[in-house]
Design a protein. Structure first.
Length: 115
């Protein structure tokens, strides 16, 4: 169970979406049903502004603690599922497209932004 900041305790049921890599987030999206990713997005969407403000404030202090980093990963998971919800309804992947696992990101690329 991933720990979230206490200000976001209401989102604890979604902690399984606190995934550190793009590869993990994509794999979870593809394994879930459209209903599951939609429920996740609906639950998180009202909190996006507060999450961004919270992370920005902590980042200004110089570093993100583990609960804040988990919150950031939760936000990245929302970014992962959003295109599927907007474009692929009712599927979780592109219909008649390539499997997303064929486009694996390079998680250790030297130019990848540091968190």
């Amino acid at each position: 169970m991933a720990e979230l900041p206490r200000e976001f305790a209401a989102l604890a049921e979604w902690d399984s979406w606190c995934l550190a890599t793009e590869t993990e987030r994509n794999a979870r999206r593809v394994k879930c049903s459209f209903e599951d990713i939609s429920a996740f997005a609906i639950a998180l969407e009202p909190h996006v502004d507060a999450i961004c403000a919270f992370i920005d404030a902590r980042q200004a202090e110089g570093k993100l603690d583990t609960p804040t980093l988990n919150l950031y990963y939760l936000l990245l998971s929302l970014a992962e599922v959003a295109p599927a919800i907007e474009s692929y309804d009712p599927e979780v992947e592109v219909v008649d497209g390539y499997e997303s696992k064929l486009f694996a990101p390079e998680e250790r690329h030297p130019l990848r932004p540091k968190i």
